[in-house]
Design a protein around this ligand. Structure first.
Ligand SMILES: [Zn+2]
Ligand SMILES: [Zn+2]
Length: 257
């Protein structure tokens, strides 16, 4: 890969979809392709433990601890205590990914909000940033963000320029763009990417999901972030490596790396 010092700000290498090839990717392929840092996003308790194990094993890998809105069922009573302990590990740099996901409907919206707010308060208690996952939930998301004013990252931001402008009033909130910006017929996040100040932008892969074109629907890995960076740099009209350097500084700032 022609680029250097790349931070993949959101990936899931604990996922079973990497059982085939995980070690080879993390040990050799990703560092050889310019990947300097990776943030592993947690989605449920066992996966947060596995991510912490990977962070212990690989210097350049960091982790977060959180319960994703799709995993809030059947948790142990002491889930918040367990999360607090996981979050105290020094290489755990964020609470997340947490949020609201109404893609399959709003039947459990109140429960999702309860888990989201509990975890925002945990992040504040530990002075950690939050990695947010919001899907089809803009109204409730904006309301909660404005009320609690957390620091953190809106992962896979697919909102409009208008939503981005509204959320810019929250200091230390960053907007992270994924391979989705390379897909045909995607307009809204491109407009948001165009108008945001450079110091608030990040990019990510969400590996193994959301592979950029021309790899859409394949298993994504962090090497593919180059394609997303190229698209983002084109939108921003700056050289690709310059774009990478700026957003990686942003990522190090918000995650205290
Ligand atoms: Zn997510
Ligand atoms: Zn994710």
């Amino acid at each position: 890969m022609p680029y250097q010092n790349i931070f993949d700000t959101h990936a899931h290498y604990a996922s079973s979809r990497f059982d085939n090839g995980r070690e080879e990717l993390l040990k050799n392929i990703l560092p050889e392709n310019g990947i300097r840092y990776i943030m592993l996003a947690g989605v449920e308790l066992p996966d947060c433990c596995q991510s912490a194990e990977l962070a212990r094993k690989y210097d350049y890998v960091y982790c977060s601890a959180g319960i994703h809105p799709s995993h809030i069922q059947n948790l142990p009573d002491d889930w918040l205590e367990q999360l607090r302990e996981l979050a105290k590990y020094p290489k755990c740099k964020a609470v997340g990914e947490i949020g609201l996901d109404y893609y399959r409907g709003k039947a459990d919206a109140e429960m999702q909000k309860h888990f989201l707010i509990s975890q925002i308060l945990l992040a504040k208690e530990l002075d950690l940033p939050v990695i947010f996952h919001f899907r089809d939930a803009t109204g409730d998301a904006v309301q909660i963000l404005k009320q609690y004013q957390p620091k953190g990252v809106l992962h896979c931001f697919n909102g409009s320029a208008e939503t981005a402008r509204e959320l810019l009033s929250i200091p230390n909130l960053y907007f992270s763009f994924s391979g989705v910006i390379t897909y045909a017929n995607v307009r809204k996040p491109l407009e948001a990417l165009r108008i945001l100040p450079p110091e608030r932008i990040l990019i990510e892969t969400d590996s193994p999901y959301l592979a950029p074109e021309p790899f859409r629907n394949r298993r994504c890995d962090s090497t593919m972030i180059a394609l997303t960076a190229e698209k983002a740099a084109e939108i921003r009209q700056i050289p690709v490596q310059d774009f990478i350097t700026i957003y990686c500084e942003n990522a190090c700032r918000i995650f205290h790396i």
